[in-house]
Structures are given as structure tokens and as C-alpha cells.
Design a binder for this molecule. Structure first.
Ligand code: CUA
Length: 332
């Protein structure tokens, strides 16, 4: 091969590499990391991306050079020369990718293992998913429960995920990792937040009509603020764990229903601002029946079998009474 050809191939490769690098760096492909786990995932992505850009440059250079130099003339109908492989080249283009793929798998395995390791003393939070809401139970004697995930910064949190009905999936993009919540088994997810701020948890498993509304607010705060939050969520700071308002929030009613006193505006299920009792029942009886046996009366325009029929088991009598009162008193 002539010297000039090698220089041209090298120039093509460098240009292709620069273009691919610009696309990798200038476009914000990922959200800004807010956890140690996401930092490691980003490292894996960049490690792989650099390898890919290298391979892309070599392939692009070879293709460009071939297309520009070996183009046949329009009137040329002859066959090409009979080439029978090149053992040396084949060994090289098998061995190098094998080494690169092995390197990627080693880095990935290390990152996976580290991202699963919560350390000796993580904050253990139980996450319950159901159509179409998230509920979080915080450790401690106070048994704090909330529809909001609040995490102290720079401390590993180990989430155990449960589902009451179908498969859901836990994902906060800035934390990087995802994990399914599967009925009947317990899955876990480790998060070590590194940046204070507000984020959004979203369900990433198509779980029914309200899937798109199955979100929950996430806050990363300092340790003192976290402790204040847990105390408040446990009922020590004003909000009563068994108040109708709290039950509405933690049972996830707002994931599907609009109800002005709670500030929710979802449209998956009937609007609860002006409930019209059916079947000759009193408003209170109708509301109670609709919560514990949602399929008894299906409001026009809505489908049956969408709302979970498990609230008579998952709510205590006291909570159910409070929720019914809260809804009855909020009628317009
Ligand atoms: Cu839960 Cu989608």
C-alpha cells in the first residue's frame, strides 16, 4: 500500500472519530447523575462509547477509502479479482473485538456488583407499588409512611420493592438504576444519593390504564431534614397517619382520581369532587362501597376491573372511615 493511501485512510478515520465524539459529548444523552450508582453506570457507558468510537473510526475509514478509490466506471462490466480471504486479517479482526468485549463485560460486572452492595448499614425503606401509586415505609419505631420518597444525601438506601397487583418498575432517571416490583417476590435496589434536590419517580412497566400517571415525588435532603420528615410522616409533626387526607395520599387515590381538597387532577377514574350516589344509597354508603367493592357500580364512561379491589384488606377500619369522611366532606 502506498504511503499516500495510508495517510488518507488515517485522515478519514480521524474525521469520523471527531464527528462521533462530538455527537457523544455535545448531545445530553443522559440526565445529570445524582447518585453513586449512576456515576458508575455513566463510567461504564463512557468506557463502552470510547471503544465504539474507536471501532467506528476504523470501519468508517475503510469504507470511505474503498468507496472513493475502488469505484468501478459505469461501462466496466468485468468481474472483480478472485480473492480467497486473508488469514492474518481475520485473526486480527476477531482477536481485537474479543478483547474489547471481554473488557466491557469485566467493567460491567464490577459495576453491577458495586451497585448492588449497600454496605453494612443502609437505610432500609420498603416500597409498595400498586395500580397506580407508590408508598414508602421508613425504618424506625414510628412506622412512618408516605407517598413521597425522601432520602438523606450521601447515605446508601436499600429499597425493598413489593407489588400488590401487577408488575411495576421503579425508575428515577437521575439515580440510574431500575428495578421491577413483582407480585409475590421481593426485589431490591440500592441508591446512594449524592446531590440534594427534587426528582421524579416513574413507573416504567406498562401496568394498566393509569400507568402514565404512576409517579411519585422524590426529595434528597440532608440528614436533619430527613429526620424531621420521618417524624412528621409518623404523625408526630401534625399530619395524622390515620387522617383521611393522609390515607388518600398513601393509598394512592390521587394517581387516578381528581379531588380538589387533595390537589389531584388525574382522569383515569371518576372525578371525586361531585360524587353522584347511585342505587338509592346515601352518599356515605356509596363512597364506602365504591372503595371496598369498586366493581359494584361502574360510573358511565369508565371501565370495570381497573381499580384494585383490595382496599378493605389494605386499609384498617379506622383508615377506611377517615377516607370516607374526607371524601364526603370534600363534596362540592
Ligand atoms: Cu405501574 Cu406502570
Amino acid at each position: 500500500m502506498r504511503r499516500g493511501s495510508i495517510v488518507r485512510i488515517a485522515i478519514y478515520g480521524v474525521v469520523a472519530g471527531i464527528l462521533a465524539s462530538l455527537a457523544a459529548v455535545l448531545i445530553p444523552w443522559l440526565p445529570t447523575s445524582a447518585s453513586e450508582e449512576m456515576d458508575r453506570i455513566e463510567f461504564t457507558f463512557w468506557f463502552t462509547t470510547v471503544i465504539c468510537i474507536g471501532v467506528f473510526s476504523v470501519v468508517a475509514a475503510a469504507i470511505l477509502y474503498s468507496v472513493l478509490n475502488f469505484r468501478v466506471q459505469p461501462e466496466d462490466e468485468s468481474d472483480g479479482p478472485p480473492i480467497h480471504g486473508h488469514t492474518g486479517l481475520e485473526i486480527v479482526w476477531t482477536a481485537i473485538p474479543a478483547v474489547l468485549v471481554t473488557a466491557i463485560s469485566i467493567v460491567s460486572a464490577i459495576v453491577l456488583a458495586k451497585n448492588d452492595d449497600a454496605g453494612p448499614n443502609p437505610l432500609r425503606i420498603a416500597v409498595t407499588a400498586q395500580q397506580f401509586a407508590w408508598r414508602f415505609e421508613y425504618p424506625g419505631d414510628a412506622k412512618a409512611t408516605s407517598g413521597e420518597l425522601v432520602l438523606p444525601v450521601d447515605r446508601a438506601a436499600k429499597l425493598t420493592l413489593h407489588s400488590l397487583d401487577v408488575i411495576h418498575s421503579f425508575w428515577v432517571p437521575e439515580f440510574g438504576q431500575k428495578s421491577d416490583a413483582v407480585p409475590g417476590i421481593e426485589t431490591t435496589l440500592v441508591i446512594t444519593p449524592t446531590r440534594k434536590g427534587s426528582y421524579s419517580l416513574r413507573c416504567t412497566e406498562l401496568c394498566g390504564l393509569g400507568h402514565a400517571t404512576m409517579r411519585a415525588p422524590v426529595r434528597v435532603v440532608d440528614q436533619a431534614e430527613y429526620e424531621k420528615f420521618v417524624t412528621a410522616a409518623a404523625g408526630g409533626g401534625g399530619a395524622d397517619a390515620n387522617s383521611g387526607e393522609t390515607v388518600f395520599a398513601t393509598a394512592g387515590c390521587g394517581g387516578c382520581h381528581a379531588f380538589e381538597p387533595a390537589g389531584t387532577d388525574a382522569e383515569v377514574g371518576p372525578n371525586l369532587n361531585a360524587i353522584q350516589p347511585e342505587g338509592g344509597k346515601s352518599l356515605e354508603d356509596f363512597v364506602r362501597e365504591s372503595i371496598v367493592d369498586p366493581n359494584a357500580v361502574i360510573t358511565g364512561g369508565y371501565q370495570g376491573d381497573v381499580m384494585p379491589n383490595t382496599y378493605d384488606k389494605s386499609l384498617t377500619d379506622e383508615q377506611l372511615d377517615a377516607l370516607v369522611q374526607y371524601l364526603v366532606e370534600g363534596q362540592q
